[in-house]
Design a protein around this ligand. Structure first.
Ligand code: ATP
Ligand code: MG
Length: 417
């Protein structure tokens, strides 16, 4: 992609009404556009980051047997009435709307009820289970405060997966398999070392814990207690819970930290399946309850969390796995030879499958181009100028390193392709 053709531009200042660092950075770099508090548009470069995260999540969910679907945003009221989650007094952050005839609809807050209700058409026998189904979709929540940029949206992107098993043992096997897949997702995103599986309350209908995946961050909304050596953590709800005595948590080893919840997984027992009347018939012909689990990842929240974590004074510093491009190619000057070398490098890198953002702008100064390269946070910066060509070389710098090296074109193609 040529910077001269990109319809977004970088800007010097963030909007005055944007208090959060992640949104300030992402808006300045042209990755997102603020529509209103808690509601953001993903612009071309931001969308690439979002899509890269989605793809990692998708690959890891598929690897444990997840099957992707896309559920609907508009939701019927009756199934949520059955589980007692329709009333605003029970769930206070619904966005709701109405048909012309007056019937009420909900707007994608969560999808346990529609998922279980749909299941009734496909599951009746033990032969139909277990099942693992997920989607990556926009969720709508009327959050009280939306001051944290992408960390707390009123419209945001979530991966939500649901498992259905014949027995508690089968459920637990799936649950642990998904937990391991979550660790792989965070490892691939470059935050594995600071993301902790965290004991949390499972809610009123299960005696078990649920698990949050918490990324350490000074700006996190959550307080957790971590055991650095064992790499486990406990959240505020359960730090004084008697049940912790039966786990591997040693309370004397825990230290308090702030964190961002980047995912969570819940045992659902048979709460939704029983309530919505979905059962299976076992081998002996008896009706049995279906044991459920649900598994969320905050996909757009991760864009914000990564922006907060991977940034410095100059701007963003994306890890390669999510960066919108691998190379930022700066062309300095309009000299015929410079243009020729830069154009051909651009083409050759693209041919080799390397994503390049080519700063071919005529009107921008060298200083502006370097500042934008830093703000955008592309992992590798290449510079072609008269000065570098006099030495027969191209300049290479990594976004997260200080040193600059002069390389031959062939070496560049070899190291980056
Ligand atoms: P939180 O406690 O942060 O409100 P939650 O318990 O409501 O999260 P879930 O409903 O289980 O979260 O959603 C699954 C994941 O979706 C969360 O772990 C989080 O990463 C993400 N998420 C939840 N609410 C938001 C939001 N308003 N904006 C962005 N991401 C969100
Ligand atoms: Mg919430």
């Amino acid at each position: 992609m040529r910077v001269s053709e990109l319809f977004t531009k970088t800007r010097k200042d963030a909007p005055a009404d944007e208090p959060s660092k992640n949104a300030q950075l992402l808006i300045k770099a042209g990755f997102i556009h603020k529509e209103m508090a808690g509601v953001y548009v993903f612009m071309p470069l931001g969308l690439r980051v979002l899509d890269n995260i989605k793809q990692i999540v998708r690959e890891e969910m598929n690897a444990v047997g997840g099957q992707e679907v896309q559920m609907t945003v508009l939701q019927p009221k009756d199934i949520f009435e059955k589980t007692d989650r329709w009333d605003d007094k029970k769930v206070d952050n619904w966005f709701k709307t109405k048909l012309i005839n007056g019937s009420e609809l909900g707007m994608g807050l969560t999808h346990e009820e529609p998922m279980v209700d749909m299941l009734a058409d496909y599951v009746s026998s033990y032969k139909d289970l277990p099942i693992l189904v997920y989607q990556i979709q926009n969720k709508f929540r009327n959050e009280l405060r939306a001051q944290a940029g992408l960390l707390r949206g009123r419209e945001f992107v979530m991966k939500d997966m649901y498992s259905f098993a014949k027995t508690q043992a089968e459920h637990e096997e799936i649950y642990e398999k998904v937990a391991a897949a979550y660790h792989r997702v965070y490892d691939r995103l470059g935050i594995g070392d600071i993301t902790y599986r965290t004991y949390a309350d499972g809610g009123i209908f299960t005696p078990r814990f649920s698990d949050e995946f918490q990324m350490l961050s000074p700006i996190g909304e959550d307080t957790i207690y971590v055991d650095i050596d064992k790499k486990i953590a406990v959240n505020k709800e359960v730090i004084n819970d008697k049940r912790l005595e039966q786990t591997d948590v040693d309370k004397t080893k825990l230290q308090e930290e702030r964190a961002i919840e980047v995912g969570n997984i819940f045992p659902l027992e048979s709460k939704y399946t029983d309530t919505l009347g979905v059962y299976y018939i076992d081998e002996a012909g008896n009706r049995q309850s279906i044991i459920g689990g649900c598994y969320g990842i905050g996909v757009s929240r991760l864009v914000g969390a990564l922006a907060e974590h991977f940034s410095d004074e100059q701007g963003l510093v994306w890890p390669e796995a999510v960066a919108p491009a691998k190379v930022y190619l700066v062309r300095l000057g309009e000299d015929g030879e410079v243009v020729k070398v830069a154009d051909s490098l651009y083409e050759e890198l693209q041919k080799a499958g390397v994503e390049v953002l080519y700063d071919d702008r005529k009107e921008a100064s060298a200083g502006e181009k370097f500042a934008d390269a830093d703000l955008l946070g592309i992992p590798h910066r290449l510079v072609v100028s008269q000065k570098t060509l006099e030495k027969g070389k191209i300049e290479h710098k990594k976004r997260d390193k200080k040193d600059i090296s002069l390389l031959d074109k062939s070496d560049i193609l070899k190291t980056l392709a």
